[in-house]
Design a protein around this ligand. Structure first.
Ligand SMILES: CC(C)(COP(=O)(O)OP(=O)(O)OC[C@H]1O[C@@H](n2cnc3c(N)ncnc32)[C@H](O)[C@@H]1OP(=O)(O)O)[C@@H](O)C(=O)NCCC(=O)NCCS
Length: 180
């Protein structure tokens, strides 16, 4: 648990599920992201410590989820590597522009690092995610199995690694394919 300027970050609990659903539905104007969270929560790719809520003024004000994906190397002789995808992230419209989204990403990435994950990928706005160290992923040799604009497919190296980077195509759990 971590508190900064009235923002309390903690792993989600069952009592938060309805609020998390509402935040994603309101923020994305559709059900897909809320359903993604629920499908992933019920899957083996879910990591409880990486589904974080931000509480503000006693309410659940934001949610972020990092879950397991795999990098399938272009060389078929190499094994797949486990990695993480950040998706989704949303802050309730009543609480925007107070730094809650930034806290969720920054603290979330720290936990990803503590868990030993080297890379986190996200499909999102580069102008938002660049501030947290995300850079375009394709120039780094990564690919996604669905059409995404170059500027929207991003990666953060949370544990810097010497030598050649991980290259290959991200394999998402089936739940993601219903969202894209
Ligand atoms: C994106 C989102 C999570 C940001 O949450 P937040 O708590 O308001 O963010 P912060 O207070 O940490 O940061 C605010 C900054 O982000 C910028 N920002 C917000 N949404 C942005 C977007 N879609 N693209 C680029 N920048 C964005 C704001 O302009 C502001 O910039 P500034 O710091 O230069 O003034 C929130 O706006 C949201 O839930 N949006 C709808 C869902 C969504 O788009 N999720 C992310 C998917 S990419």
């Amino acid at each position: 648990m971590r508190e900064k300027e009235g923002i309390l970050l903690r792993p989600e609990e069952p009592r938060d599920f309805a609020a998390i659903r509402e935040i994603h539905q309101l923020s994305f104007g559709r059900e897909n992201e809320a359903v993604l969270v629920e499908k992933l929560r019920g899957s083996r790719d879910f990591i409880p410590a990486l589904s974080l809520v931000a509480e503000c003024e006693g309410r659940v004000a934001g949610h972020i989820l990092f879950s397991r994906v795999w990098i399938r190397p272009s060389d078929p002789n190499l094994p797949e590597e486990v990695s993480l995808a950040l998706a989704p992230l949303a802050v309730h419209p009543d609480f925007r522009n107070k730094g809650i989204g930034s806290e969720l990403v920054t603290q979330g990435l720290k936990i990803c690092r503590q868990y030993g994950h080297r890379l986190v990928i996200v499909v999102g706005e580069q102008s938002y995610y660049a501030r947290f160290g995300f850079v375009p992923a394709r120039p780094k040799g990564l690919e996604v199995p669905f059409p995404v604009p170059e500027r929207a497919f991003l990666v953060a190296e949370v544990i810097p690694h010497p030598g050649p980077g991980l290259k290959g195509t991200i394999r998402f759990p089936p739940a993601f394919m219903d969202v894209v």
